[in-house]
Ligand binder design. Structure first.
Ligand SMILES: Nc1ncnc2c1ncn2[C@@H]1O[C@H](COP(=O)(O)OP(=O)(O)OP(=O)(O)O)[C@@H](O)[C@H]1O
Ligand SMILES: [Mg+2]
Length: 482
């Protein structure tokens, strides 16, 4: 358990207390020959595929799919749809079961119990939920669901993409489910408005793109909402960062540094932002601004805002920038913008510079340098005429810390760098990396081997930390493994 740093009594970060076992392991590792010889790759063995069994299973699934579509049609004809909302789940299930039995009898199909149960469950999902997607939405081990046309559904589990057996009957079936989702939130998706963002009833983030813009059938991406966002402790347990880094981050958040979490798609930016916000004091008023409300702050005083796209007539848009400007009139102590991606950047930086320090946001970039370049680009594209030096100095004085997260090739998500922005020298923004993840190779299970190291530089904010009562142990800056 990450023991929160107590401002008043200096402690040693727990991971810095020498652990004899770890020290012995480290010494053994140091003795082991280094270099490429350490890096083992698993031999790729072609899997033995039972083609006959596979095609039998595929045929069975196809048959079930056909029966299901047929029964689904009957259900819609027979069930009183307007009474659906009021019916209890048990009543509905009884009704669906009766119609299923009757339909199967009329079709002259005999199914075993397991198949019949699967069929009834599928039909219930068709009637009450999102059809074939429903079991995937309920599976807690799945983070993302990615539909590429009706026949191909991928999921992300444990950081890796897998192809599932789940399929839609055809494009029309898929479109019907998309339509159900978007019409529930008062949106429309068709040829004239071929893409849409929405939030599912359970809070999951949903995006769909339909033909003709989606070339081979509709594309759907769902980032599943997790009720229990990963906490600092869980992230430490998963190896996303370690306790020394957590201690530093706690001081950074508590002393109101402006922080940018940078990373690629699905690298864990929102999760990190959420976890960092856990270090904010309960007495502060926080305002959050997002395109799709995903953050779940634990504090009691939080005002959540969500932007809105224009309606079908192209009116009524409320952008993140509008929300940000409005937020400034709401007396926030801190502003958290879910992701900075457009012209709200100017207002964000200004807010950071003018009394709303301690603000945080995420940005889509591959390194701390890249994050700064992205900010510069966003300023340039926002239509504000500003010489490059002026926008750089704006960035340098607004941003204190860039936390880089990354999804590595073994599926693990890690904080790969914590970099401080220390000012300008001439035209160049100065930065110093304090901690990073040092990769060393790959083990026999194709897992990345490495450790978190401090880069040997003392934090430029040490004085500030001290003034606020955070006397961090100096060893964390000493360089080498943490
Ligand atoms: N360190 C971690 N270990 C394990 N799972 C993680 C970790 N960090 C994030 N995740 C999971 O990875 C998924 C993606 O995380 P998150 O939504 O934070 O990414 P993101 O960078 O904000 O994505 P996007 O670019 O789509 O906004 C989530 O389901 C989250 O629970
Ligand atoms: Mg995100």
């Amino acid at each position: 358990m990450f023991k929160r740093f107590n401002k008043d009594e200096p402690i040693r970060a727990p991971s810095l207390v020498p652990d004899p076992a770890a020290a012995a392991a480290k010494a053994a590792a140091a003795r082991a020959p280094s270099g490429p010889a350490k890096i083992k790759r698993k031999e790729k063995v072609a899997p033995i595929v039972d083609l006959e069994a596979e095609s039998k299973e595929a045929k069975r699934r196809q048959k079930l799919l056909d029966i299901r579509m047929d029964l689904h049609k009957r259900l819609l004809e027979t069930l009183n749809l307007s009474a659906l909302d009021k019916a209890s789940n048990d009543d509905l299930k009884r009704e669906v079961l009766a119609i299923t039995r009757e339909g199967l009898r009329e079709m002259g199909v005999v199914l075993n119990n397991a198949d019949q149960e699967e069929l009834t469950a599928d039909l219930m999902h068709e009637v009450t939920g999102l059809g074939p997607l429903e079991p995937l939405l309920r599976d807690p081990t799945i983070n993302d669901i990615l539909v590429n046309g009706s026949q191909q559904i991928f999921v992300e589990r444990g950081g890796k993409l897998e192809l599932t057996q789940v399929k839609f009957k055809d494009e029309r079936h898929l479109l019907r489910v998309i339509d159900k989702i978007v019409s529930a939130v008062g949106r429309r998706v068709d040829e004239s408005q071929p893409y849409v963002d929405a939030r599912l009833a359970d809070g999951s983030r949903f995006n769909a793109m339909v033909p003709p813009c989606a070339v081979d059938g509709s594309l759907v991406s769902i980032r599943k909402f997790t009720k229990d966002k990963l906490s600092i402790d869980e992230l430490i347990n998963f190896g996303a960062f370690n306790e020394a880094m957590a201690t530093y981050l706690q001081a950074a958040v508590a002393t109101r540094l402006n922080i940018i979490v940078s990373g690629g798609t699905g690298s864990g930016k929102t999760t990190t932002l959420n976890a960092l916000s856990g270090f904010i004091d309960n007495t502060e008023r926080i305002v959050t601004i997002e395109d799709t409300a995903e953050l779940q702050l634990q504090q009691i005083h939080v005002g959540r805002m969500e932007s809105r796209p224009p309606n079908v007539e192209g009116k009524g848009e409320v952008s993140q920038r509008d929300l940000l400007r409005n937020a400034l009139r709401m007396r926030p102590d801190r502003i958290i913008v879910g992701e900075t991606r457009g012209n709200e950047v100017i207002d964000m930086l200004q807010a950071m510079n003018t009394g709303h320090d301690g603000s945080m946001t995420t940005i889509h970039a591959n390194s701390a340098r890249d994050a700064v370049a992205r900010l510069e680009n966003m300023i340039a594209m926002s239509g504000v005429e500003m010489p490059i030096k002026a926008s750089r100095s704006q960035i340098a004085s607004a941003v204190n810390l860039i936390v880089q997260v990354s999804r590595l090739q073994d599926g693990s998500r890690r904080m790969v760098s914590i970099t401080e922005v220390t000012g300008m020298e001439g035209d160049i923004i100065q930065m110093q990396e304090i901690f990073k993840f040092q990769r060393r190779g790959i083990d026999e299970n194709n897992k990345i081997v490495g450790s978190f190291v401090s880069c040997g530089l003392r934090s430029a904010y040490t004085e500030r930390f001290e003034q606020w009562g955070f006397h961090l142990p100096t060893e964390i800056y000493a360089g080498g493994d943490l």
